[in-house]
Design a binder for this molecule. Structure first.
Ligand code: GLN
Length: 307
């Protein structure tokens, strides 16, 4: 009964009051904090709830996509020379663990690791590197992908903290490109514009282990990408999220989340299922409050935890 899902969406929408839209990137502050939308999709059909036409930026959700594509190009061994796969328990933009010259960024889901990964994308210029990700998304989503220039400019103009991270990475040998190149690439990737339906399709691709009729990513890379989502995908709430939701997921400060159900049933949806959520009111860690609440209830109701 789809009413079950409507109730879940309704109850989670009420939780938006417990969060606040991100303001540290000025243009993100313009989002409507009361909004919450959801898309669930299997290979045959989708359910959508809320204002699903709204577009927003991927922000940190892109980190798992750029990691997957950089690893697809270089192989996992080379990636591991530049970025580890360990959770930190620190905030997403933390700089503290980078101090030692021998310490590579802990994982590609935090800013430090994602800036390193951005520099490793094939191509020379930021435009060429970003195109690796946008072409992948165009092939996957079968639509034209754009960068939200207003968000990009706003992030670029307020990127001192990310620049500081990039300088340390460069000094310690964990940046393949120059600082400006890596920052421009990383911030454009964060500013890729999507809908909640697009998020669900992206999540479905991970649920299908990176194989569909148009695209095929190496299975070992997919495993690592999903392990990273499970252990590091929800910032420094990843442990709680694994314990109380138990799905590979990745969030962004725009309020976007993708969650991956490798096999399960949600009403008439079955098999691999992709879940996209958008609720710009985020908690202090940076995760959509309504999104996390919805996933927690959904997983309980339909018994979806990987554990
Ligand atoms: N572009 C954002 C930043 O670097 C992404 C952060 C996020 O979504 N957590 O600060």
């Amino acid at each position: 009964m789809r009413e079950n899902l409507i109730d879940l969406v309704h109850n989670s929408t009420l939780k938006t009051v417990n969060g606040k839209v991100a303001t540290y990137i000025p243009a993100l502050a313009e989002a409507d904090g009361q909004q919450f939308s959801v898309c669930l999709t299997d290979i045959n059909q989708s359910y959508e709830y809320g204002d699903t036409e709204t577009t927003f930026t991927l922000q940190s959700v892109v980190k798992v996509i750029s990691f997957m594509l950089a690893a697809d190009h270089h192989g996992l061994t080379m990636m591991m020379d530049f970025v580890d796969v360990e959770p930190t328990g620190d905030s997403f933009n933390s700089i503290v663990r980078l101090e030692s010259a021998n310490t590579k960024p802990f994982n590609p889901m935090i800013n430090a690791g994602a800036i390193t990964v951005a520099s490793l994308l094939p191509g020379e210029t930021p435009t060429e590197k970003v195109e690796v990700v946008t072409s992948f998304l165009e092939k996957l989503l079968q639509k034209e992908i754009t960068i939200n220039q207003k968000i990009y400019q706003s992030e670029y103009d307020s990127a001192d903290h990310n620049r500081a991270i990039a300088y340390i990475l460069k000094a310690n040998g964990y940046l393949e490109a120059g600082v400006e190149n890596a920052i421009q690439t990383y911030l454009q990737l964060c500013s890729i514009e999507v809908t909640v339906g697009d998020l669900a399709e992206i999540a479905l691709f991970f649920a299908q282990d990176g194989q569909n009729e148009r695209i095929c990513i190496d299975g070992a890379i997919l495993k690592v990408s999903k392990a990273l989502m499970l252990t590091c995908g929800m910032y420094n709430s990843s442990g709680k999220f694994a314990a109380f939701v138990g799905l590979p997921a990745k969030s962004g400060v725009s309020g976007a989340i993708i969650a991956v159900v490798k096999s399960g049933m949600i009403e008439d949806l079955k098999g691999p299922i992709g879940i996209g959520l958008y609720g710009p009111a985020i908690d202090t860690v940076g995760n959509s409050v309504a999104g996390v609440d919805f996933l927690m209830e959904l997983v309980k109701k339909y018994n979806l935890s990987v554990f």
